[in-house]
Write a protein that binds this ligand. Structure first.
Ligand code: UDX
Length: 444
């Protein structure tokens, strides 16, 4: 059911559990939307930093928004999850759901958070609603969160307290904007009262909203990310086909496809594949979850397979251009999973660097903001302090992500290389500015 709510003043007392990318951004956004927010985390160091107005990760606009939210005096931070849960009308659990080896997600944090929240709710008097914002597979809220909450609170969901699943759709790089002005709000509830209680939190926002049951809300998040990841893999498959046929530019193909109103042109940019904290993990989790329940999703497995292939395509292109890579110096530009972010989680630069190292290449990486975090992932990579030293004496350069500054690069910037062989893995360099260099592009 889709419905729109009119503007209505309503301030609520909220508790956020987990101040990672999702929890912190929502803590700030909810405060700026007029609510009173107590944000909690078990990490005392992170809380101390947030109390001082310093985010624990890079996100454009977040520092300013956090400081603005703190100035309202309606945002507080502490490590006391129990007290936060006790005093709130709505509690959002935003803890991580990391991947296990087999692709399934680890629910230890989700379960522990539910237990602690429940302990806090035990001594609460009024009606409270708990909303799961962490990305969890269908049935998790009912079968893992609900029993943990009920056991530790001594209360019954749907009777003594409300329970919702309320997925987030934040993109890194525009997370604050996405939380302040969402394109949709999905609220899955155990009953109508729970949904109504949570809708109060979003009553000032005018975007479309959907009310569903818990499982459907959980699935909507996975469906959205899997579809977008599949679009990216489709574009990459097309790019590889364009290369196989030769002389076809995949961007032109995609631009023309995008004119068809049934095909949105967004998320069809070919490159070295998708990374980040959501797409790879979520697609893998849905595949693993489907298999565990008797259906192995074919299309989604292919989405992952294409994604694994893309960094290898760049390595093959490098070998074709400069011969065996043993002893060759290869520069990677861009180490975060996408431009505008300091996040290296699932960055395609990791498998790219590892494949190059396996070939015996000397790999040097440069990113405008990432350094140590990448070295921890691939210790054999030398991290350059600037672009010039990264490119100095390199035999080949591979552009991995889409930092806007790569668009400004010209052939002269690569002059320090042994030979100016540049592989544009993100289709971001301007061909006309690269005259004089050997520019190789995945996808024509
Ligand atoms: C994504 C979803 O967009 C967001 O709604 C969800 O909540 C979390 O996951 P994010 O991880 O920040 O957000 O990155 P996004 O901008 O969506 O890109 C994901 C990956 O796909 C990146 O590695 C990006 O470079 C790649 N990508 C994206 C492409 O290769 N081509 C495209 O056309 C779009």
């Amino acid at each position: 059911m889709i419905c729109r709510t009119s503007l209505r003043e309503a301030m609520a007392r909220l508790c956020i559990v987990g101040t990672g990318h999702v929890g912190l951004v929502y803590a700030v956004a909810f405060t700026l939307q007029g609510h009173e927010v107590h944000a909690t985390d078990v990490d005392a160091k992170a809380i101390a930093s947030l109390q001082k107005g310093t985010p624990t990760f890079y996100e454009p606009g977040l520092k300013e928004a956090l400081q603005k939210a703190l100035r309202t005096k309606r945002l507080t931070f502490s490590t006391d999850v129990k007290a936060g849960a006790r005093d709130a009308e709505a509690i959002f659990t935003c803890v991580g759901t990391p991947s296990r080896e087999d692709g399934s997600i680890d629910l230890a944090y989700v379960e522990a958070a539910a237990r602690t929240v429940g302990q806090g709710m035990r001594s609460a008097t009024g009606y409270q609603v708990v909303a799961v914002k962490s990305t969890v597979l269908p049935r998790t809220t009912e079968e893992v969160v609900r029993p943990a909450l009920e056991k530790s609170s001594g209360k019954k969901a749907g009777q003594d307290f409300g329970l919702c699943m309320n997925p987030e759709f934040l993109r890194e790089g525009s997370a604050v904007e996405d939380a302040m002005h969402p394109d949709r709000i999905v609220i899955g509830g155990i009953d109508a009262r729970s949904v109504k209680a949570l809708e109060r939190v979003y009553s000032k926002l005018t975007c479309p909203r959907m009310r569903t049951d818990l499982r459907t809300a959980e699935m909507i998040k996975y469906a959205t990310n899997s579809f977008l990841a599949t679009k990216v893999s489709f574009a990459n498959e097309l790019a590889n086909l364009c290369d196989a046929f030769g002389g076809i530019n995949v961007d032109t193909v995609v631009d023309a496809m995008g004119l068809d109103p049934r095909i949105n042109p967004r998320f069809l940019k070919a490159g070295l594949g998708f990374g980040g904290s959501c797409f790879p993990k979520d697609v893998r989790a849905l595949v693993a979850g489907g298999k565990a329940r008797g259906y192995g999703p074919r299309l989604l497995q292919a989405t992952l397979a294409v994604n694994e292939l893309q960094p290898i395509r760049a390595v093959e292109l490098a070998e074709k251009a400069v011969g065996p890579l043993k002893g060759k110096r290869v520069a990677i530009l861009g180490l975060s999973f996408k431009g505008g972010s300091d996040d290296v989680r699932e960055s395609r630069a990791i498998p790219l660097a590892k494949a190059l190292v396996r070939k015996g290449a000397k790999v040097v990486g440069y990113d405008p903001i990432v350094d140590e975090a990448f070295r921890r992932e691939v210790p054999k990579v030398e991290i350059a302090r600037d672009l010039t030293s990264a490119l100095a004496h390199a035999d080949v350069c591979i552009v991995h992500n889409d930092w806007p500054q790569w668009q400004e690069l010209r052939a002269a910037d690569f002059a320090g290389m042994k030979r100016m062989v540049v592989i544009d893995g993100r289709r971001i360099l301007r061909q006309e500015a690269m005259a004089g260099a050997e520019l190789l592009v995945l996808g024509g």
